[in-house]
Design a protein around this ligand. Sequence first.
Ligand SMILES: Cc1cc2nc3c(=O)[nH]c(=O)nc-3n(C[C@H](O)[C@H](O)[C@H](O)COP(=O)(O)O)c2cc1C
Length: 201
Amino acid sequence: MKTVSVLKINQRNKKMANILILYSTTDGHTTKICNRLKQEIEKNANQVTVVAVETFRRLDLPSFDKIIIGASIRYGKHNKLIFDFIDSNLQLLESKASAFFSVNIVARKPEKNRPETNPYMRKFLKQTSWRPNKLAVFAGRLDYPKYNFLDRLMIRLIMWITRGPTDPKAVIEFTDWQKVDDFAQMVSEMQREGSHAETDG
Ligand SMILES: Cc1cc2nc3c(=O)[nH]c(=O)nc-3n(C[C@H](O)[C@H](O)[C@H](O)COP(=O)(O)O)c2cc1C
């Protein structure tokens, strides 16, 4: 009888993780991905807090069981604030189950949509010593009408070079939402022990 009740407590503890998703976005698509992750992870009875990196100082970081960081790419770079956060909280990140995902338009290409094949994820791993338990890469959104003249011009040029859509009216969401849901499931299940960069997305 005693063994059974201990098992029940363990199962309950495992399910009720307190999870932080910290993100950086420019046009809001990473926020949308974070909210979808929250919705899916909370189906597993976890509690999820989604916060933009600009406002993290108000958080009690040690109170979270798991930390997920997500960032989009703009002109080849993840937001510097993400690196500042990682540098300032490296020890804390390494003491918890953690994950990182990158959102970029290059990932629309099947041969560049995995952590080991996506140039921005590879670059990210060279820029930091943090080794999250899980990694994922999600294709982002293209919204030409929303961009200012210069950004539209530049992205169209990049798209032309990489054989992507160049119609200035194009609005295309390349994100594979099933992949986002699968990542949510993995994050729900991930544990601190046996850590380090399994590449899942
Ligand atoms: C001005 C601008 C520059 C971008 N630069 C890149 C880039 O260098 N490489 C890339 O793969 N995607 C690039 N993207 C695509 C974004 O990463 C993609 O649109 C993503 O969904 C943006 O997410 P966010 O809305 O959360 O910022 C760029 C988009 C914009 C608007």
